[in-house]
Design a protein around this ligand. Sequence first.
Ligand SMILES: [Zn+2]
Length: 78
Amino acid sequence: MTRTCAKPGCDRAAVATLAYAYAEGVVWLEDLAPEAHPMVHDMCRMHADTVRVPMGWELRDVRDQGHGGPARLDLIGA
Ligand SMILES: [Zn+2]
């Protein structure tokens, strides 16, 4: 299954997943999650690299850094 970028008008293949942890004011940018989830947004590389977070939010880019841990979706109560 191929997923595409969630940005309107963008049909590139998704390579990253953007997750908003509202309680913490943190936006997680991760390697593409194995399954689509309503709380996250799939992003192509271009849009993942140029993502902007709302004022006062913190962006944590944890893509492909070798931690090998599970996705952090648990932090958003998913
Ligand atoms: Zn895109």
